[in-house]
Design a protein around this ligand. Structure first.
Ligand code: PGA
Length: 254
């Protein structure tokens, strides 16, 4: 059975000092544990070590993730972070292919595929994002668009443990806009993602891969998404920046 997952994407928010305080607040909110739910926080790179220390010192029930990675091991790649730099400070997850990285920084499906391979070689779980822009949705081509992303992003991956590869479906028009997809919209695409994963990796593997929904997910709507068969959790932006609202989403998933 798939364990539910609630992952927080802090994006470019929270200084080191603020990030440590947010992690401490979250540790307090979740002091009674998270039941069967995997919880991940993905702070900005410069905050990660501080959050790792909070997790360690408070034995906090959440894991640490990066927001991006580069696929090379080391070298002259100014501004980038290598996979072993993430593992060295205790990160076990990393978001890749977020629509903001695709849109603002020109990331391609080929890049995302290389990043997934590099992460998996270091035993870091990719949280690989996909999702369509508004015009594609309005043209009714969203399923086709996302299926194509999934095929390219997973090309040549070896998934031996399906709990170690996560997909996040985030329709771009619903990110940070307050405009959520309905639970049925999410199910339509998440179901198509699982079907595609089954065609590529076999049904058993596809049944073990978590598919998250993201895009204006909030404490008051997350339960509706989680009721859907192929939605296994949420990737949360704005609502992950307050310890109480993020913890409320974890509790709604428990
Ligand atoms: P949002 O962001 O929850 O603020 O819409 C989600 C995301 O981009 O991961």
């Amino acid at each position: 059975m798939r364990k539910r997952m609630i992952a927080g994407n802090w994006k470019m928010n929270e200084t080191y000092t603020e990030g440590v305080a947010l992690a401490e607040g979250l540790a307090k909110e979740l002091a009674d544990g998270t039941g069967d739910v995997d919880v991940v926080v993905c702070p900005p790179a410069v905050d990660m070590k501080g959050v790792a220390e909070v997790i360690d010192q408070q034995n906090a029930p959440f894991a640490l993730g990066g927001q991006n990675v580069y696929w090379e091991e080391k070298g002259a790649y100014t501004g980038e972070t290598a996979p072993n730099m993430l593992t060295n400070i205790g990160a076990t997850y990393c978001i890749i292919g977020h629509s903001e990285r695709r849109g603002y920084f020109g990331e391609t499906d080929e890049d995302i595929n290389k990043k997934a391979k590099a992460l998996m070689a270091h035993d870091i779980v990719p949280i690989s994002c996909c999702g369509e822009p508004l015009e594609v949705r309005e043209a009714g081509k969203h399923v086709e668009f996302v299926v194509d992303q999934i095929k390219k992003d997973t090309e040549g991956l070896q998934i031996t443990d399906p709990s170690k590869y996560v997909v996040a479906y985030e329709p771009i028009w619903a990110i940070g806009t307050g405009k959520t997809a309905t639970a049925d919209d999410a199910q339509e695409v998440c179901g198509a993602i699982r079907k595609t994963l089954a065609e590529i990796f076999g049904q058993e593997t596809a049944d073990g891969i978590r598919v998250l929904y993201g895009g204006s997910a909030k404490p008051n709507n997350v339960a509706g998404f989680l009721e859907k068969e192929d939605v296994d959790g949420a990737l949360v932006g704005g609502a992950s920046l307050k310890a109480d609202s993020f913890a409320a989403m974890v509790k709604a998933a428990m």
